[in-house]
Ligand binder design. Structure first.
Ligand code: CAA
Length: 379
């Protein structure tokens, strides 16, 4: 593995860092408090090419590699993980899967505006009774002439209210279990398609998460994304691609927790010295730094394998499993180092903890990552 970033990767990292600090950081606390979706920021991310980073220029994407995408995700999530997940879902769970497996029609019609950042995407797999056990899809579609008629409910959909286009998995042949699931592209506004109220979440509060309800929604045949019956395969492979995105989001939080702690420990004085000079604090900071670096290596390894066209399933799950754990641990340590100040909004680190927790849950819980890693060990 090459440990040196290219000029282009460094430039993308710097662009993301500058944008994050200038345009996202100043309003992060306010958006979190008010659970306010960052509409203008997402628009500007689109203009920067950050909403379709890995999509090829043929489909109006920025044509960047996965390592660049991870570096940008880290910088954005460092200041606001809510913005990170909005960007991650559009890039990894929507654009990536569509470009790789979508039909020409789907790519021409939907991928281009998604990659340009003019439209926003969402990915709907989870259901009230199908979370980790994702093969148990109750949402179903029945073929009627040139249409599929879709019925069911999806849960926990990131960008659920705000998206324009939705990737929706549904059962089309229940007897075949996961081999009878199909992926559809659904547009906002189609008759019978409604969304629920925005969930009142612990963290990533400015991203919007909600349920989706489908009642006899007529879906044109051409809106089947890949082949009929390949929807589960599509979802699993898309999620493999999403996991280094969430690992990067978690890494952003882990790095931000470390940076805030170093900064604070050099300002705060106790026992006649900056608290940075106390071993109790130094040991914490060192552990945080080592874990962050290890998580970064795992994440960039997964990204590099993908860029090299190699299998990265195990590595992406390892990266997500570990980086999400480090995000939570670093955020907790950051609060401890900040003492009482860490417990109030003004110092950001309490938000880092609330934002970090979800990275151990969505796009496959930590327990599911362990299951995937174990299965890959004997493959
Ligand atoms: N990559 C590719 N294919 C995979 C895979 C992976 N990581 N994991 C499983 N599969 C394939 C299997 O090969 C199998 O396909 P074949 O029959 O063609 O070989 C098929 O999926 C079913 O696998 P199993 O028989 O092993 O099924 P299982 O029920 O024992 O396990 C599971 C499946 C891995 C647990 C799967 O259900 C899973 O990944 N669950 C977690 C779902 C998840 O991540 N949900 C997050 C939703 S997105 C989200 O978070 C919302 C958001 O907006 C951010």
């Amino acid at each position: 593995m090459n440990f040196e970033f290219t000029e282009e990767q460094l430039m993308i990292q710097q662009t993301a860092r500058d944008f994050a600090e200038a345009e996202i950081a100043p309003t992060a606390i306010e958006r979190d408090k008010e659970a306010k979706f960052p509409t203008e920021i997402v628009k500007k991310l689109g203009e920067l090419g950050f909403m379709g980073m890995m999509v090829s220029p043929e489909y109006d994407g920025a044509g960047m590699d996965t390592v660049s995408y991870c570096l940008a995700m880290i910088e954005i999530s460092k200041v606001d993980a809510s913005v990170g997940v909005i960007m991650s879902v559009n890039n990894s769970l929507v654009c990536f899967g569509i470009e790789k497996w979508g039909s020409d029609y789907i790519k021409e019609t939907y991928l281009k505006p998604l990659a340009r950042g003019e439209k926003l995407g969402a990915f709907a797999l989870s259901e009230p009774e199908a979370g980790s056990d994702a093969t148990q899809q109750k949402t179903y579609a029945v073929k009627e002439g040139d249409y599929w008629v879709l019925n069911g409910i999806k849960n926990w959909t990131t960008n659920g209210q705000t998206a324009d286009y939705y990737v929706v998995m549904a059962q089309t042949d229940p007897e075949k279990r996961h081999k009878g699931i199909t992926a559809f592209l659904i547009e906002k506004g189609w008759e019978g398609f409604e969304h629920g109220a925005k969930e009142d979440k612990l963290g990533i509060r400015s991203s919007d998460t909600c349920s989706l309800m489908f009642t006899n929604v007529k879906v044109p045949e051409q809106n089947v994304i890949w082949e009929v019956g390949k929807g589960f395969n599509f979802a699993m492979n898309t999620l493999n691609g999403g996991r280094y995105g969430i690992a990067s989001q978690a890494l952003g939080i882990a790095e931000a927790s470390l940076d805030a702690s170093v900064k604070y420990s050099r300002q705060r004085k106790a026992f006649g010295t900056e608290i940075f000079n106390l071993q109790a604090i130094q040991f914490k900071l060192s552990d945080m730094a080592v874990k962050t670096e290890a998580a970064k290596l795992l994440t960039l390894q997964a990204a590099s394998l993908k860029d090299a066209g190699k299998n990265y399933i195990k590595e992406a799950s390892m990266a997500k499993l570990y980086a999400s754990r480090v995000a939570v641990e670093n955020a907790l340590d950051a609060i401890q180092i900040h003492g009482g100040y860490g417990y109030v909004r003004e110092y950001h680190v309490e938000r880092f903890l609330r934002d970090a927790k979800i990275t151990e849950i969505y796009e496959g819980t930590s327990e599911i990552q362990k299951l995937i890693i174990a299965r890959e060990l004997i493959r």
